[in-house]
Design a protein around this ligand. Structure first.
Ligand code: SF4
Ligand code: SF4
Length: 215
């Protein structure tokens, strides 16, 4: 095997490689000093080049789709009426709901005539697409900002009703609820409404109103 052909004349400094090593060390030293100086300052996230997770946490976007919340209304009643729309639309089939009928004297606890006796979301199967939130006509389910979902057992990754309501109460207390979004108008609903009730029914898929979304 012959010697490789050298197409360029390298200087002595380049051939010894010392200057390049010193240059590289200079860059390393510059960053080290910058981080060292910053780490002496007080307050979270003082080191500019990396986030010291879990002590430093990034601000989460208000529209982030994390762990779900089941919402209560202004009077503290559960909004969910267990209609099953979210369960039906869920592509991962990870929502399980059991419906109950509101008995006399329980009206202060539930906003509708029916309620979810049990509501479970398997977070290991959920793909956080947000379709359940979109489908809920009562604005009862919203994806929150919780993202630290790792746990040690499968069962611990199934969020039950208590946990989902707890997520809402915590987010409310910490002021992390999503801003309200306006209802999405159904395409052609306005024209169809003007044309008469029969046409409006066909254009709106029988609903006639936009999907109600948000908190
Ligand atoms: S969360 Fe909304 S869509 Fe799902 S069952 Fe409750 S009311 Fe229906
Ligand atoms: S976010 Fe998507 S996958 Fe997860 S529960 Fe809702 S609809 Fe199902």
């Amino acid at each position: 095997m012959g010697k490789p052909e050298v197409k360029r004349d390298y200087t002595l400094g380049e051939r010894l490689y010392l200057v390049e090593i010193v240059k590289g060390l200079g860059i390393t030293w510059k960053h080290f000093m910058k981080n060292f100086r910053a780490s002496l300052q007080k307050g979270p996230h003082t080191v500019p080049t990396c986030w010291q997770y879990p002590w430093d946490k990034r601000e989460i976007s208000p529209i982030f789709r994390g762990e779900h919340m089941l919402l209560l209304d202004e009077e503290g009643r559960e909004k969910c009426v267990a209609c099953g729309m979210c369960q039906r639309v869920c592509p991962a089939k990870c929502i399980t709901i059991k419906r109950g009928k509101v008995k006399e004297g329980e009206e202060a606890k539930y906003a509708g005539k029916t309620y979810c006796a049990s509501f479970e979301i398997d977070l290991l199967r959920c793909i956080f697409c947000g379709l359940c939130e979109e489908a809920c006509n009562k604005g009862a389910i919203v994806l929150g900002q919780g993202y630290e979902l790792a746990d040690f057992s499968r069962q611990a990754c199934v969020a039950d009703k208590k946990r989902l309501i707890g997520n809402f109460l915590r987010a409310k207390e910490e002021g992390r609820l999503k801003p309200k979004r306006p209802p999405v108008p159904v395409a052609g609903a306005k024209d169809a409404k003007a044309a008469g009730p029969q046409k409006a029914k066909s254009a709106g898929g029988g609903q006639g109103k936009g999907l109600k979304r948000g908190v």
